[in-house]
Write a protein that binds this ligand. Sequence first.
Ligand code: SF4
Length: 410
Amino acid sequence: MPADLETAEPARPAIRRTGARQVRPATEGWQQQKGADGRPLLQFASPKRGKPPVHLADLKPEEWKGKAEELGLPGFRVKQLARHYYTRWTTDPAEMTDLPAAGREELVAGMLPPLLTEVKRLETDRGDTIKFLWKLHDGALVESVLMRYPGRITLCVSSQAGCGMNCPFCATGQQGLTRNMSAAEIVDQIVQANRVIASGALGGKKRDDHSQERVSNIVFMGMGEPLANYARIMQAVRTMVAPAPNGLGMSARNITVSTVGLVPAIGKLANEGIPVTFALSLHAPDDGLRDELIPVNSRWKVDEALDAARDYFDKTGRRVSIEYALIKDMNDHGWRADLLAEKLNERGHGWVHVNPIPLNPTPGSIWTASDLDVQREFVRRLEAAGIPTTIRDTRGKEIDGACGQLATEG
Ligand code: SF4
């Protein structure tokens, strides 16, 4: 193929192209790793590293007794232990007075080994958002962000240390994939957050707010691509939704699993029979831009990802969220709003809504906020085409820039 054709943009109707500036995605201050084909490297397999110790939350309840007995511990006591961990968020043997003192410490050490050590904590002025940096047993760093909203408390959790998806805008992507997190390391982020909330450390509670004082909503939007760590995130999700003492007793609909578009795994998720909320981080409706912005698009194209998202709706009846970070002069053009609406409407109505996410302004960077009037026009076009659209809160961003930044600095 002649070189000029190779690089040519696909033709689009003139109405879509306004001659507006087009900023191309590029890394700033770091080099994206490339594969033999010259494309950004994608890492799907977790590098082999020492696994974290097996923990109660890694196991199905029917496996608890056997595991404890394997360790020479009284298996019939594990249910009591689980109640302490999942409902009182404690791992302190001194607080577990219903367990016989003899052997209590051994039972805790064997079934609830420490997984996350807090390294750093950043809070907003009002204290209603807390970002945690955790160190894992092998020194890998991950983070979670706890946010109070009216009537709910949301925790943004990490699912991998680092990430192999190599998105050029992402601090986590620069690190590559260190390793998959275990199910218990994912769940422990919630248990630790619940402990912090119970201690009164999460601010911003209004007097008329009668929300339960524990994490009510989970978003898998911290470090990592959740669907690249499928088996462990699903074990974690099952633990989140299992009623106490088998798990945290959360509502599946309040758990959002997001992905940059790992199509086969979206299909698997749709067949799990657990109606979690599904979010597709799309960020561009055209392959020309998305190939550069989200490297996994070279594997599964926009249309395949949208077909999988629609299929998720068909199988679960859960409306899908499309996440779309609005980046100045890169993906915020009116024609892209029209194209997105067209692609969503082609697949039916009432199955999807769009969350544009305005970035924080970053002067001098190519990754900066769209102008307000551009944001409004983007939303207006989607709504005019009948697509429910809600600009998403960018809470947590005021603490740091992109996800993964804390761990990169750490
Ligand atoms: S944006 Fe998400 S998928 Fe992409 S590199 Fe960062 S963490 Fe991974």
